[in-house]
Design a protein around this ligand. Structure first.
Ligand code: HEC
Ligand code: HEC
Length: 244
């Protein structure tokens, strides 16, 4: 009996030690690594950043519900999950070239290659899609006041931003329904801002449109657009899916 127990004990120790040895890399591994590294580098450029690493730069602001920016005033950081990929890419490129003046976003956009921009834009267009119900409605979720209706009419906002302001006529145009109203107001004012080296957006179409309105009118438009049900969201946790 005792002999058997001792044998079993001995076997299990041997098994455990064997396992431990199998899991420990051979002592020669670190020495072998340097000889392998130059070969990999010679095969091509430095390995591209993973999608996860690229998006990690964004989640600290765009992934936090209620996170606010303070330049040029305090407003919520825009929702980008669910936005059109082509528009996201256009916006990132505008921060890069300076057509959109925003110091933080410029610094970030400048660090992105064209491939990074394409990958990140597609990622955000699809982020959280499965947990959102597409807004099939052809009509906005609430009617504008007569005053706001007149403003929307005056600049034919829906003729470009589409039904429910969520189906833009061109994928490089933004969805705006449900975007944070305080951000929308800041964005609309930015299109009006010209010849200011520190702020503003240089866009022929939206520049001409916003100049027809007072800031109070832009605010009324922003509050209405922001109050609608939309397809965008701030998605807190980055969840990586293989599906596209
Ligand atoms: C430090 C905070 C911060 C970080 C980090 C950040 N953003 Fe932004 N982002 C902002 C703010 C603030 C704005 C609004 C700027 C403005 O008013 O034009 C913005 C605007 C944008 C817009 C324009 C949205 C629209 O509706 O036009 C896009 C697209 C965007 N960011 C993508 C990204 C991506 C992609 C990353 C990561 C690679 C990133 N941002 C990282 C703060 C941040
Ligand atoms: C002729 C087409 C057209 C019309 C009409 C139009 N827009 Fe736009 N809008 C655009 C385009 C294109 C952009 C993207 C510009 C850019 O790249 O910055 C844009 C951008 C915006 C943005 C910025 C979105 C963001 O996420 O930063 C808002 C807000 C907006 N439009 C609201 C409106 C409102 C409100 C009206 C009516 C008063 C209107 N637009 C009329 C084409 C149009």
């Amino acid at each position: 009996m005792n002999k058997l127990l001792i044998t079993l004990f001995g076997l299990s120790v041997a098994w455990a030690t064997g396992l431990a040895q199998a899991q420990t890399p051979p002592a020669t591994a670190p020495a072998a690594a340097p000889t392998k590294a130059p070969a990999t580098n010679a095969a091509g450029p430095a390995s591209p950043k993973s999608l996860e690493a690229k998006v990690a730069m964004c989640v600290g602001c765009h992934g936090i519900v209620g996170y606010k920016a303070s330049f040029p005033e305090v407003y919520r950081v825009p929702q980008i999950a669910g936005q059109n990929a082509k528009y996201i890419a256009a916006a990132l490129n505008a921060y890069k070239t300076g057509d959109r003046k925003h110091p933080t976003m410029r610094g970030i956009a400048e660090s992105l290659s064209d491939q990074d921009v394409a990958d990140i834009s597609t990622y955000y267009e699809n982020l959280g899609k499965e947990s959102r119900r597409a807004i099939a409605a052809e009509k906005p979720s609430r009617e504008p006041s007569p005053e706001v209706a007149a403003l929307l009419q005056k600049a034919a906002c829906a003729s470009c931003h589409g039904a429910n302001f969520s189906k833009p006529v061109d994928p490089s145009y933004p969805k705006i329904a449900g975007q944070y109203a305080d951000y929308v107001f800041v964005a609309l004012k930015a299109y009006k801002t010209e010849n200011n080296p520190a702020m503003g957006r240089n866009n022929g179409v939206m520049g001409a449109i916003t100049k027809q309105f007072s800031n109070a009118e832009l605010k009324a438009l922003a509050n209405y657009v922001g109050s609608l049900e939309g397809e965008m969201a701030t998605v807190p946790e980055p969840r990586f899916h293989r599906s596209h």
